[in-house]
Design a protein around this ligand. Sequence first.
Ligand SMILES: [Zn+2]
Length: 302
Amino acid sequence: MTTTPLLQTMDDQELIKTTLYFSQKERYYTKILLDHLMEIEDRRIHLKLGYESLFAYCTRELSYSEAEALTRIGAMRLLRKIPEAAEKIAQGQLTLTNASLLQGHLRRQEASLPEKKENSKEEELQLLAKCSNTSARKCKEMLEEIEQKARGEEEEDRTVTITLKVKQSVLKKIQEVKKERGVKSEAELIELLCKEELKREKKKQEKASEKETVLPPATTKRCFPEKMRKELLKRAGHQCCYISPLTGRRCEGTSELQADHVYPAAWGGETSIENGRMLCRGHNQLLARECFGDHKVDAKKT
Ligand SMILES: [Zn+2]
């Protein structure tokens, strides 16, 4: 006995038809939902509602299980990168699980091979096609295989051919430096100069970090000294202090809390307990954006 009484009056053919109809609708609405999540993230509404992350919003506000939330967020982020995936999800060719697996693969690829050029549009579409119309197990195996291959290639230290277009005057200089350094080829010269440059850069960084450690932690007036930070943390009950003006909900974020000036230091706000509060990363950024604008916060990040 179903909870939709009308179903019992349907014949088999009709039932098959309506089941197909609703499964197609479900996928269509899933795609629309991902678009909504993307817009929520773009407008940072989850933060404004008092959630420390989109994941917290999905599990607590939308009542998704942790796994459901992760899959939907993963799939949504894939749509940001490969918008063509949206249609495949709506058509039922790409499952949310496979979309999320592909997103994870692309993210790992970017993180582990920062020097590698990004996938071309064509490569992205090929990957998308490979992840479509296949089971989660096969999709996972295929992506793992690609990652293993990439790791292998990286280790091999392959040689590549590069073509340089330089002015005659630059070529002269290259030949002079080659003679001076006693190297035979341009390739050797580039390798030598790069090694020297990296060594110089490393030394520079080491010197800079030495300086940093010599400085007492609170020399900048804008920084909360450790003692004050601990006091603020205690006062906050080790929890983000952001309270949503929309819902009155206090953020439940407890990790990576940052000490923040209630009245911004940039505007002359004091570094004091009275003018301090603890915020999670998401809310610290949200409030900075509200005070200084997206432009300044994004410029600072890069
Ligand atoms: Zn927070």
